[in-house]
Write a new protein. Sequence first.
Length: 262
Amino acid sequence: MKRACLSSIATLIVTAVMACGKAGTVNNPVTPTPTTSVTAVIVVTNQMISDTVMQLKATAQMTDGSSLDVTNTSTWQTSDPSIATVTPTGLLTTVGTGSVEARATYQGVTGTLRLTLSKPPDPRTHFALSGLAREVTPSSKILGGVRIVISSGPDTGMSVTSDAGGLFKFASVSATRISLEATRDGFQPWRMTNLMLDGDRQIEVVMFPTPPTNAAGETATARCNDSSWSWSTSVFEACTNHGGLAYGVCPGPLCGKPLTSP
């Protein structure tokens, strides 16, 4: 009887020890080492909504190979706000013409998308054309009484006259390519061709005075910087005592010649 009891007690002790060891293993699991993934690249794409508006999308490519849409958490900007603007959610609007970069920055990483945009057409069909009339340098004085006429286009024959301050304005001109001509007593005609009127425009009418003639009936060949005239046929001799040469009279021997020696 004693041997049987001792054997049973020993078996119970071994079983208890094994049970305790097994319980200890369950209550103390090994914690895995966490891995950290960071942004490697930002990819910017676009989807057109209209002729002037597009939705930009920013996608973060992570170092663990995954990707994440970060459109609403990126910082957005464009390289030239005069060409395109962008909202904090990546909505880009075209406001001008030219090339521009759209940029999205997330976790210090910036992605770009280069775009070539065109300013949207103005829905109006008529525009205002205004400007200032003056004499060419060296005088540059303001010219009133200059008659400006539209010489080609749907509004051919329409005219205005500059006021005492040299200002003029066509209130409504058809949206197309036009030509203009300006005249005033004592001045050579001024012309402008192939002017595209696709918005309200301002121009400058710069007029050359009619060159005088001398006692021999010869037309002046050049204007000097002190506003006097020269009849010299040499660009190096004209206006030597009158502040130098302002411009050569056209047509004439000094027309288009450089104003200084080579």
